[in-house]
Design a protein around this ligand. Structure first.
Ligand code: FES
Ligand code: FE2
Length: 404
């Protein structure tokens, strides 16, 4: 994040505070069809074209601490085995034996020297190579080297591991554009994993994700919490290619610091921007992270069915060396959970509304443009030929999206 970007944000926030309308030429958004939030057939297409081909946050390296540590990960549907190899690399494979599909592991996490299929004993090493099989005399011309576990792309942004089931996907760091450079100030190779917790919510994944892409709702559902210190009218937004975006919201008072974080250790090289404003990144599609000098949550949104979803909250902190994490984290996580419950409180009723004949589409304003940007990207990924015409969104943002 360079000085020019920091200056630009400061002047944009002043512009946002005083503007009387959206900028010249900004489009009026057509309503987003409700069927995109309700129709199981739309979810099936979304799963095939988006979720099965996207870079998705999987875990932090602290969760795979030593060679042989593994995790069974099913967030994108198929069972995937993520393994810390002898060489220190993190690799991912389908948890699917090449003989007849037996599972290599059944536990969610553990440590192993290799993987033995429970069905007929085929054995694989930590790198996924088939190293042994029972009764090789009975296989005609079986080439072990062609029967290793099927790999899944696993790449890292610092200590964070992302998975992509598309073998042809663009590399993670290219796909994220300028975001890795922005986040470099958080010393990404040294962050520590603090805590993870999941919550089930009875709504389509996009109902809740939308709430984390705007601050138009602060004065209603967060009036006694976040709205007390954030000024949503000064919010600036940067829309990036590949659907990513950043929202920068100023504090109501200059110099305001979250009292819940006072005294907590900070990332030493953090710039003035995250220290002065609330910065929230969306790494498309489903990762939202509001970053702060003392650490950040990853809010990760997953579809479960057309009308149910799960949100995972993972917390990360600056390296705490050999000691334990700061005890203030417990209060901070509890406080955040209260705010999260403010966000989830209406989600099931909104889902009922979107399914009702009284719903005529989602009407979005200029402040909610990240949501429209998200949907435009979804249509680009699905491809217009694969979307029922009544569910399509028009591509309107054009030059309001930054170039790569
Ligand atoms: S299915 Fe794995 S050894 Fe047979
Ligand atoms: Fe909120």
């Amino acid at each position: 994040m360079d000085a020019a970007f920091i200056d630009r944000v400061k002047s944009n926030v002043e512009y946002q505070r005083t503007r009387k309308s959206p900028p010249e030429g900004f489009p009026a958004f057509p309503p987003i069809p409700g069927g995109r939030y309700t129709d199981p057939e739309f979810l099936a297409v979304e799963e095939e074209r988006l979720w099965k081909r996207a870079w998705l946050y999987a875990c932090h390296v602290d969760e795979l601490p030593e060679p042989g540590s593994f995790m069974l990960w099913k967030k994108s549907g198929s069972p995937i085995l993520i393994v810390h190899g002898k060489d220190g690399e993190i690799r991912a494979f389908y948890n699917t034996c090449r003989h007849r599909g037996g599972p290599l592991v059944k536990e969610t996490t553990g440590t192993a020297r290799g993987f033995v299929c429970g069905y007929h004993g085929w054995t694989y090493d930590l790198e996924g190579n088939l190293v042994n099989l029972r009764d090789p005399r009975d296989f005609v011309d079986l080439d072990k080297s062609c029967h290793g576990l099927v790999t899944v792309r696993a790449e890292r942004l610092g200590n964070w591991v992302f998975i992509n089931e598309d073998p042809d996907a663009e590399p993670l760091l290219d796909h994220l554009g300028v975001i890795p450079e922005h986040l470099a100030q958080f010393d990404l190779d040294t962050t520590r994993h603090v805590h993870s917790k999941s919550y089930d919510v009875a709504c389509n994944v996009k109902v809740l994700l939308d709430a984390f892409l705007e601050v138009y709702h602060l004065k209603s559902i967060h009036k006694d919490t976040v709205d007390r210190f954030l000024d949503h009218r000064g919010t600036d937004i940067v829309l990036w290619p590949n659907g990513h975006s950043l929202m920068i919201t100023p504090n109501r008072r200059d110099g305001w610091v979250d009292p819940g974080t006072v005294g907590m250790p900070e990332f030493p090289s953090v710039t003035e921007l995250p220290a002065t404003y609330n910065l929230s990144y969306n790494m498309y599609p489903n990762l939202v992270t509001p970053v702060a000098p003392t650490g950040m949550p990853f809010l990760v949104f997953w579809p479960v069915s057309a009308n149910t979803m799960r949100i995972d909250c993972h917390w990360f902190a600056p390296d705490w060396g050999d000691g334990g994490r700061d005890p203030l984290w417990d209060t901070r996580i509890d406080n955040f959970e209260r705010i999260l419950f403010e966000d989830t409180q209406f989600a099931p009723q909104i889902q009922e509304s979107v399914e009702s004949p009284g719903f005529r589409g989602i009407s979005l304003n200029y402040q909610e443009r990240r949501i429209y940007h998200w949907h435009e990207e979804l249509d680009r990924r699905i491809g217009p030929d694969r979307i029922t015409p009544e569910y399509q969104v028009e591509q309107t943002l054009g030059d309001f999206v930054e170039r790569a």
